[in-house]
Design a protein around this ligand. Structure first.
Ligand code: ATP
Length: 327
């Protein structure tokens, strides 16, 4: 079944004076996916979120969010979307329960449902025990959980999250990521996630977009991007200790191998090859030469490897970026 587009953006541009914050951006987000939106500081992530929410007007291009134009249908749209900004402003003089109740009223949650919805969110976000305390006395993690709970009070279909785990400890981070996954549930709901945390993006996101100075430079599933951009590939080769020299000599004669290094302490050769396709021939050559291969393991590239490579001026990267964005 074809996926339904929840966000459709075409040729979107937004400038601030001479700065082009978002530059000719086109992208689609499908219902039920978590889309990671990555980029250095100042790449244009927050500006995009503000454009998608109708807070800013574009200078060029079209935006459709849940079938609506954010600039003209802002009120209708905000009833169906939730937003966690980088610096969520909670009312610190009020308790968590009061904050949520206030927002429920602002978002026109039917009066008969407010109490139950607030209580469910307090329990889901593990705030129920201290729900009556002033938010000013909460830890950073508690405030962040409350801010997300607040963004969910009107049961939005689409959630925008700007750095939801920044400043959280590893346990709170993992907890928050699980909550984001739970929110998407069985695929009816969608998340647009701005993050600097590449491990988080790899763990959570179905697809990621990488932005550089307002321009989209790569888009795809983390695995696709890893395969497209994270060359060269590193392999660990362990052979019988008496066969290290034989293995080294055999590999040195082969094409497609960029470097071979002996890690003496582990009696392992670290090999750099152009890509996965080089592995079968390499293995066959070692076996044919009579080397007893104990282990030949590729280091699976991470989104972090991809991210750094995308921002380097390596030969072929620009062309690869272009192909991927056009696809
Ligand atoms: P960060 O990761 O630091 O939050 P970002 O990717 O969200 O950064 P934006 O906040 O969208 O980046 O900023 C993109 C560019 O637009 C930056 O050069 C920023 O200085 C500029 N910019 C954003 N908002 C404004 C504004 N209101 N007035 C002037 N310039 C702005």
């Amino acid at each position: 079944m074809p996926q339904q587009s929840v966000i459709a953006v075409e040729n979107l541009t937004r400038r601030f004076g001479d700065t082009v914050a978002v530059d000719d951006l086109s992208l689609n987000v499908d219902q039920g996916e978590i889309l990671g939106y990555l980029g250095h500081n100042g790449a244009g992530k927050t500006t995009t979120v503000r454009l998608l929410n109708g807070v800013l007007a574009p200078h060029h291009g079209t935006i459709s969010v849940l079938g609506l134009d954010p600039l003209h249908d802002g009120v209708a749209l905000r009833r169906r979307t939730g937003v966690l900004t980088e610096t969520p402003s909670l009312d610190e003089r009020l308790s968590a329960r009061e904050n949520l109740t206030l927002y429920a009223e602002m978002y026109c949650v039917p009066g008969s449902q407010v109490r139950e919805r607030v209580q469910t969110l307090l329990e889901t976000f593990e705030l129920a025990d201290r729900a009556h305390e002033r938010v000013g006395g909460y830890s950073r993690g508690m405030k962040q959980r409350l801010a997300i709970a607040r963004a969910l009070i009107h049961e939005p279909e689409l959630l925008f999250l700007d750095e939801p785990t920044s400043g959280l400890d590893p346990v709170a981070t993992r907890q928050m990521q699980d909550l984001i996954r739970d929110f998407v549930g069985r695929g009816e709901r969608t998340v647009f996630l701005c993050t600097h945390n590449l491990t988080e993006a790899q763990r959570l996101c179905d697809r990621v977009c990488v932005l550089e100075r307002g321009r989209l430079v790569a888009m795809g599933a983390p695995r696709e991007l890893a395969e497209a951009f994270a060359a060269p590939l590193r392999l660990d080769l362990e052979v019988s200790p008496g066969h290290l020299n034989l293995a080294h000599e055999t590999l040195a004669r082969m094409p497609g191998i960029e470097s071979i290094e002996l890690v003496e302490s582990e009696a392992v050769l670290t090999i750099t090859v152009t890509g996965r396709e080089a592995i079968p021939a390499l293995n066959a050559a070692l076996v044919q030469a009579g080397a007893a291969v104990y282990r030949l393991v590729p280091h699976e590239p991470t989104l972090e490897d991809v991210y750094f490579r995308l921002h380097q001026d390596q030969p072929g990267v620009a062309e690869q970026r272009q192909r991927m964005v056009e696809a």
